[in-house]
Structure formats: structure tokens, C-alpha cells
Design a protein around this ligand. Structure first.
Ligand code: DQQ
Length: 576
């Protein structure tokens, strides 16, 4: 945050930005030097640092903030602790990129400096105004009780495509709890990207709760400065607890292109996502935005809890999308937390990475979303290894050699021709994660488990198994996708719980595909072309660096055909 002294330049800036009258200037910003100090040296043995997932050189990171594109440059801000590998002292760190893969860091963009954010600068979002100018709404913490308010910041210099310096609006906060508005001040955070209605009024939602009810509190503004709370929330969720980092955006009903956040009309559906503080899971629903009532209405049958639809059924939280107007995509960012102990995080000197940005669109059924790693990632692919189509007999394991298995991108697909022996699906199996826990990678059934053993040691003492299982349901086959971490490491201090989800693919008529992005301590998997995603954090002790191997396997009793397998070693991305 720049120190800015001149009243006239600040006045001009905010007037230019928002096009409105004279503002009173408060004292200039104070730079907290102590936030710039470095943390103790981290361990030099770093087998878990990633090669192509975003992470800074050290310390704690969490939520992606205000992703956007401005003058052809992509911006990623993120929650960062400049002082260590645990959460705390939160500032907005900032990096930019021209391809969403290689990143250059800048000075911290927003950090505590004013009464309206002196205890922390928490998550928020960017909105691109119709003039093309970006603005940021973020949550400021104003006291030691974590009281939360919403603040505005604008770039100091719009001709700097890197938007390195941000100025806080002197009349912050713009939204705060008070006796009249019934807002719980310690549960009031994470403004979304705002959208502009046909009435020329801006809307934004803020995550909150009332008792156990999760809330997307709606605010409206004509000028982006004076915000008035609507009488009702945009939407709420019974018994879901605090909604963190809500996201609300339209998706096209005709194809994979993204649309701007303010688009409404017959050719879009809307998506509302909430990150549940209680479970650290996210869920989303697809529905309709009723612009007359200013309410979001999820489609019939939507499950409004974390047993509903999730972007990712593994480690993935506090996510946020943005519309990339250069390529016409909506892109999703999410934070991948650690599965290791706090002691181990401190030892390695860092915690948290960002998932590979994913293009996100509505599946043709209109019932759920599809996600796929942005195409730019493929620039890192080298040394393709292709295995010919092959029958994988029951009980077989084949090595995919010639690939750097610790840092790889692998795509595999399977075809099943004989379903007669498929295990019968018990309708009481409603929780796919439990089913994956019960039927882990070592439990044989007829059709499955088959898939990949990633980050595996030669002797298979360690591996992360990502696989499918097919059951015979009442009127169709049921496909289960699992990521089993139980054998991922000999270190018992990690969270090695197995993840699972159902996959909306009809294996009688379609191939079953799986893509896994393997990156030292990450296995980020996309089933059925991105209909179901599961991300795992794992910390092998044997399967590290060149001692990591990759296998395709079928531990079921029946044969399955591996119709294709391509694996690439991945180059290291330039992330400084
Ligand atoms: N992380 C931020 C909050 C948000 C939470 C604080 C979600 O704004 O609610 O670092 O991970």
C-alpha cells in the first residue's frame, strides 16, 4: 500500500474512479514495518514443495483473493502471513502472470494500516467497473475480537498494468455491523465480485450467519461507495453455519464459454457457492437468479449442505471465480491446505498452495458444473509417454515408465464391455466418501478398483490410489471415484483420510476418463472430463523425487480395457 500524501491526488483518484463528489481525506497510511520482517530459515530438505502449483517461497498462504485480468495481465492476490508458516498477521500478497502458470511477485498489495483494517486484511474480490477500472472490496478486522467490516481499495496508478499500489478509500468502512442491521460483527466477511443490475445499481454479497443459518447478505449501491443492506439476504442455508467466501456468478446454458458476472437472462443459469467454516468443505447449487425479488433460487432437488455438489471432494477451500474477458472463460481458483501437522509445517517453513486454475462451465444436463485445468498448463508438458490400448487383467499393475513421476500430468481412460458381474449397489450407500473409506484401494470387487497409483514407491509400500468402481444400480450403473491416501506415506502424523464422490458418467456408453496432476505433494484429479474432482495432499517418505513411480492398476476381479494412457513430465513453472 502506497504512502500517499497529497489530498488533491487522492481526491482526483476516487472521483475519477467512482465519478462522485468530494471526499474527506484521513491521515495518510502507515506502513507497518514489522509485517515485512522475514521468518526463520526453513528446512533445506524440501521434497514436498511443488513444481508447478502456485506457492510463494515460504510462509503460510490461504484464500485466493480478487483474481482478475487487467490490461492483459492476470492478477492473483492471496491471504499471506509474512511472519511464519501458520495462519496470522494476514496481508494480501500479490503476484501477476501473463499465462496463469508462471508468476512474478510484487510488494504486498493491501496490509493493515488503518483503523478499519488494523487487525487484518481478510478475503475479498475485484470488480471491473464498466469503464474497465478494477476496484477491490475486502474485509478489514478492526479489533482484537475479530470484528469485521467491508472496505474499498483502488489502484493508485491505472497505467501500471501490474497494479502494484493500492489506495484505501478514506471513508472506509463501507459496510459494518450495528444495532439496527442485526449483523453478527464477527461473522461478516468476504465480499464477492459485485454485479450491476439493469437498474444501474450494484449488488454484492457478504458471507455471514444467523445462529446456525448460513447467509449471503445482500448490499446495494449506486456509486460503489454508499452501500445499503437489503432487507433479505440473496440466499441462506439452514443449519450450515458460517458461509465464508461466497461466490455468485452466471454460467452459460449453451457451451463452455464464461460470461461476465453482471449477465442475466434466458441463456444463463446462476451458481451460488459457499465455503462452510464448520467443515472446511464447500458446496454449490445451480439455480435461477430472480432479479425482481433479488433472490437466488436453487433448482429443485438441490442439496444445500456439504453433502451436495462440491467443486472438489478433497482438499480445496475458499475458492473464487473470475471472468477472463480475454479468452471468454470463467476461471476458478481454490486454496489447497496442508494435510500435515502444524509442527511439520513449521519445520518445512511453509503451508498452503493454490490449485491449478480451472476453467469452469455448466454441464449440458444443466445439473452440475465441469472443471478442467486451464489449457496453458499444457505448455509445461514434456516427454510424452503413450501406452497402447491394453486389457488390464484383474489384479494387474503396470508401470508407466519414462515419465518424471513426481511432477507429471497423466490422462488415462477405460472401457468396460461386460457389466454382468458388477457388484449390486445398495441404495443405503448415500455417502460416497464413506463408501470409498469402506472400499479402499485394496478391497476387490468385480469392476474396480481400477485407476492410477500416483507418487508410488517401487515396492508399493507407499502410493496414493485414484480409482473408479462400478456398481449395478436399479436402473443404471453407478460410478464411484475415490482418492485413497491411506498408504500415501509411512509418516503417521498426516491426515490420510480417503475422499470419494459419485461420477455422473454412464460407463455403458462412455469411456471412463481420469486426469491427475501430480506435483510432489499434490494429486489433483479430474474424473469424467472434469465432472468430479478430488485433490489430495500427501507426503511420501519413500516415493520422493526420482524415487517416485507411476502405475496404472486394476485390482478388480474382472478385466477392464485401458483404452488410452498419456503421461507427460512437467517442467517447473517460474513462480518466484
Ligand atoms: N480466510 C480469511 C477469511 C475467510 C477465511 C481469513 C476462509 O476472510 O473467511 O484469512 O478461509
Amino acid at each position: 500500500m502506497a504512502n500517499h500524501s497529497s489530498f488533491s491526488s487522492l481526491f482526483l483518484l476516487f472521483s475519477l474512479f467512482l465519478g462522485y463528489g468530494v471526499l474527506q481525506l484521513q491521515a495518510s497510511h502507515h506502513v507497518f514495518q514489522h509485517l515485512q520482517t522475514t521468518s526463520p530459515a526453513s528446512s533445506s530438505h524440501q521434497p514436498y514443495r511443488t513444481g508447478y502449483h502456485f506457492q510463494p517461497p515460504k510462509n503460510w498462504i490461504n484464500d485466493p483473493n480478487a483474481p482478475m485480468i487487467y490490461k492483459g495481465i492476470y492478477h492473483l492476490f492471496y491471504q499471506y502471513n509474512p511472519k511464519g508458516a501458520v495462519w496470522g498477521n494476514i496481508v494480501w500478497a500479490h503476484s501477476t502472470s501473463t499465462d496463469l502458470i508462471n508468476w512474478t511477485p510484487h510488494e504486498h498489495a493491501i496490509y493493515p494500516s488503518q483503523p478499519f483494517d488494523q487487525y487484518g486484511c481478510w478475503s475479498g474480490s475485484a470488480t471491473i467497473l464498466p469503464s474497465g477500472k478494477p476496484v477491490i472490496l475486502y474485509t478489514g478486522i478492526i479489533d482484537g475480537k475479530n470484528t469485521q467490516v467491508q472496505n474499498l481499495a483502488v489502484p493508485k496508478n491505472l497505467s501500471d498494468p501490474y497494479l502494484r499500489e493500492w489506495i484505501k478509500y478514506p471513508k472506509n468502512p463501507l459496510m459494518a455491523s450495528n444495532v439496527e442491521n442485526q449483523i453478527n460483527g464477527s461473522s461478516f466477511r468476504d465480499p464477492t465480485t459485485a454485479w450491476l443490475g439493469h437498474d444501474n445499481i450494484w449488488r454484492v454479497i457478504i458471507g455471514s450467519k444467523y445462529h446456525r443459518k448460513g447467509l449471503a447478505i445482500l448490499y446495494r449501491s449506486r456509486d460503489f461507495k454508499k452501500w445499503i443492506k437489503a432487507k433479505h439476504p440473496l440466499h441462506s442455508g439452514k443449519n450450515t453455519g458460517m458461509w465464508e467466501c461466497p461466490d455468485f456468478f452466471p454460467v452459460s446454458t449453451a457451451g463452455q464459454n464464461g460470461v461476465d458476472t453482471s449477465i442475466v437472462g434466458p441463456y444463463v443459469k446462476h451458481v451460488l457457492k459457499a465455503s462452510l467454516d464448520d467443515t472446511k468443505h464447500e458446496y454449490y447449487t445451480v439455480g435461477t437468479y430472480n432479479t425482481i425479488l433479488d433472490r437466488y433460487i436453487p433448482d429443485k432437488g438441490s442439496v444445500e449442505s456439504d453433502s451436495g455438489l462440491r467443486y472438489d471432494y478433497g482438499k480445496f477451500y475458499a475458492s473464487k471465480t473470475f471472468f477472463d474477458n480475454k479468452t471468454g472463460r470463467r476461471i476458478l481458483w481454490g486454496w489447497i491446505n496442508e494435510s500435515s501437522s502444524v509442527e511439520d509445517d513449521i519445520k518445512k517453513g511453509w503451508a498452503g498452495v493454490q490449485a491449478i486454475p480451472r476453467k469452469i462451465w455448466l454441464e449440458k444436463s444443466g445439473k452440475h458444473l465441469v472443471q478442467w485445468p486451464i489449457v496453458e498448463l499444457e505448455k509445461l508438458r514434456v516427454k510424452q509417454v503413450k501406452l497402447p490400448s491394453k486389457i488390464l487383467e484383474g489384479g494387474s499393475v503396470i508401470e508407466v515408465s519414462g515419465v518424471t513421476a513426481v511432477q507429471a500430468d497423466v490422462e488415462i481412460s477405460f472401457e468396460i464391455s461386460d457389466f454382468k458381474k458388477a457388484e449390486v449397489f445398495d441404495p443405503s450407500w448415500t455417502d460416497p466418501q464413506q463408501l470409498c473409506i469402506q472400499k479402499g484401494a485394496s478391497v476387490k470387487s468385480a469392476l474396480g478398483p481400477f485407476g492410477l497409483l500416483a507418487l508410488a514407491s517401487k515396492d508399493l509400500k507407499e502410493y496414493t490410489a485414484v480409482f473408479f468402481r462400478i456398481f449395478k444400480g436399479q436402473d443404471k450403473h453407478v460410478v464411484l471415484m475415490c482418492s485413497d491416501q491411506s498408504r500415501s506415506s509411512l509418516n503417521e502424523d498426516n491426515d490420510k483420510v480417503t475422499y470419494g464422490a459419485f461420477l455422473n458418467v454412464d460407463p455403458v456408453h462412455e469411456k471412463l476418463s481420469l486426469r491427475s496432476l501430480i506435483d510432489h505433494s499434490i494429486v489433483e484429479s479430474f474424473g469424467g472430463g472434469g465432472k468430479t474432482c478430488i485433490t489430495a495432499r500427501v507426503y511420501p517418505t519413500l516415493a520422493i523425487e526420482e524415487k517416485a513411480h507411476l502405475y496404472a492398476f486394476n485390482y478388480g476381479t474382472e478385466n477392464v480395457k485401458m483404452s488410452s494412457l498419456s503421461a507427460w513430465s512437467m517442467k517447473k513453472a517460474h513462480i518466484y
